[in-house]
Design a protein around this ligand. Structure first.
Ligand code: IPM
Ligand code: MN
Length: 263
């Protein structure tokens, strides 16, 4: 019996890139027992369901969840985003959204906002005081945007709140190889339930079905999943194969095949 992984392809290019991620995980030899969940815009259009309560309960029993993307132009904006992705983050207490980029990482608080009585800043300051060996500095989000564009190497880690983290991580993707490479982990560090792994990019409905979606972000997200599950050497092999393939041109399937062959 392998790890029990819930797979939510979701909307747009989500299912295409997740298929390549699963292909690569199989190539690296980790035994996954996958369960497909039909969730997203097409499901909502068919029967009005976004994330039924019994499905959410089912998800709690998994080892991890691999998600493609949510967002469908045929559905009112925000309906699937809030009802599916944000609901899973809140209900499964995935309060850390870890997004590594080339040279630095962003830790995005994933279930609250910056307006909860200043709690965010106070907590950061308290934790920072316990780790004097780590140099910290505060900057407003507008200045952080300038630094990211002009000199991203000044950061090792950016710790930020939910909304700013969403915006900064698209920018971070753009300045460090493109959003097509950007992976993320939505973590429940206490492991009281499954964590969720997804590429940072969205559903890109304009290119869905054309074979032009870069699967490397989804594959790298699967590598983060392997690492969190304790499969460190498999995770490293997948991540290294992605680095080798990342300069190449090709279709979604060709890039997935190239990573799998490299492994
Ligand atoms: C992301 C996405 C989501 C977010 C949306 C779809 C709700 O943009 O994962 O970055 O804002 O968190
Ligand atoms: Mn986003």
């Amino acid at each position: 019996m392998g790890y029990k992984i819930g797979v939510i392809g979701g909307d747009g290019i989500g299912p295409e890139v997740i298929a390549e991620a699963l292909k690569v995980v199989r190539a690296v030899g980790v035994d996954l027992d996958t369960v497909d969940y039909d969730l997203g815009g097409t499901r909502w259009l068919r029967d009005g369901a976004v994330l039924p309560d019994d499905v959410l309960e089912d998800l709690r029993g998994l080892d991890a969840i691999l998600l493609g993307a949510v967002g469908d132009p045929r559905v009112p904006p925000g309906l699937i985003e809030r009802g599916l992705l944000l609901r899973m983050r809140f209900a499964l207490d995935l309060y850390v959204n870890l997004r590594p980029f080339d040279g630095f990482s962003v830790v995005r608080e994933n279930t609250e906002g910056s307006y909860a009585g200043g709690l965010w800043q106070r907590t950061f300051d308290e934790v920072a005081a316990e780790h004097p060996e780590i140099t910290t500095a505060y900057c407003h989000v507008d200045a952080a945007c300038i630094h990211l564009v002009e000199d991203p190497a000044r950061f090792d880690v950016i710790v930020t709140d939910n909304l700013f983290g969403d915006i900064l991580t698209d920018l971070a993707g753009a300045v460090s190889g493109g959003i097509g490479l950007a992976a993320s982990a939505n973590l429940n560090p206490e492991r009281t339930g499954p964590s969720l792994f997804e590429p940072v990019h969205g559903s890109a409905p304009d290119i869905a079905g054309t074979g032009r979606a870069n699967p490397l972000a989804a594959i790298r997200s699967a590598a983060m999943m392997l690492e969190f599950l304790g499969e460190a050497s498999a995770a490293t092999r997948v991540a290294e194969a992605c680095t080798v393939v990342s300069g190449r041109a090709g279709t979604t399937v060709e890039i997935g095949d190239a990573v799998a062959e490299r492994i």
